[in-house]
Design a protein around this ligand. Sequence first.
Ligand code: CP
Ligand code: NVA
Length: 319
Amino acid sequence: EPASSLRHLVSISHLSTPEFKSLVNRAEYHKKLIKSGEQITSQPLQGKTIALLFTKRSTRTRVSTEGAAVYFGAHPMFLGKDDIQLGVNESLHDTTKIISSMTSCIFARVNQHSDIQELCKYSSVPIVNALCDTYHPLQAICDLLTIKETFHDNLENLKLAWIGDANNVINDLSIAALRMGINVAIATPQGVEIADHIRAKAAEVSKETGAKIELTHDPKVAATGANILVTDTFVSMGEESQKAEKLAKFKGFQINSELGALAAPNWKFMHCLPRHKEEVSDDVFYGDHSIVFPEGENRLYAAIATVEAFVVNKGKFVI
Ligand code: CP
Ligand code: NVA
């Protein structure tokens, strides 16, 4: 099959609204199946290999992807940055051609978004973006599954408030929420701004679904009346050298019970993890409003839905 006809999962922005909803629905379907003690009976990827090409560390993405591969009968092959020639002795182009010639899919966690684009250009198998500096689509599928379960399909008129960095996680989460009809408010510090291409996409999706997006620099404005408060680390992987500078910018951005008091009754707290105390207090993170652990578990079902759509069904979605 020529590389150009392949469907890759690069970002939620690159999916249509029905395609995105299909991934969430299939994640929910497989979760119910697994929880009921039944497994799928056929293993359509038996004898196949799914490569995990990770140049950054991971707990959830690695465990969920390996689990999803096994669920469909495939062998997950983890290739960390110290395992292969990539970046040391061989170009990404050569590495991609070789790995894709021997596997059925590559889940890739990289620094630069341009590396994901390069992988898509040279791979003969589907590429799944397992996080880059710009996007984290697997997290967004998981998060919308978690929201759908928590709010029992009554998603319209919900308000999701992100209080944090303008990063890879919110770039996909905002588009995902808008696709599901959820209003989004994003509070970032002055000078930390959501990228223009994400604003443009959000405006387009907002027009399509009627859900609204609001950008502010005031955490209180975002949190007021919100049903879901969400954040992430203030210092993403690859930004370690800017830690002091970034933490100074995010003073006043911690999600704590004071901020939670402005939210809607029965509000929920979400976080993709790993978590640090500067972005969320212990009482919120471990408290009654928090759904972070069911959210973490849902990464498995998001990975299963992704492998099903992009590898088993080769980019054809169950709509
Ligand atoms: N949320 C998430 O992607 O976690 P990991 O970095 O542990 O994979
Ligand atoms: N924004 C974080 C997400 C980690 C899952 C990072 O890129 O490090």
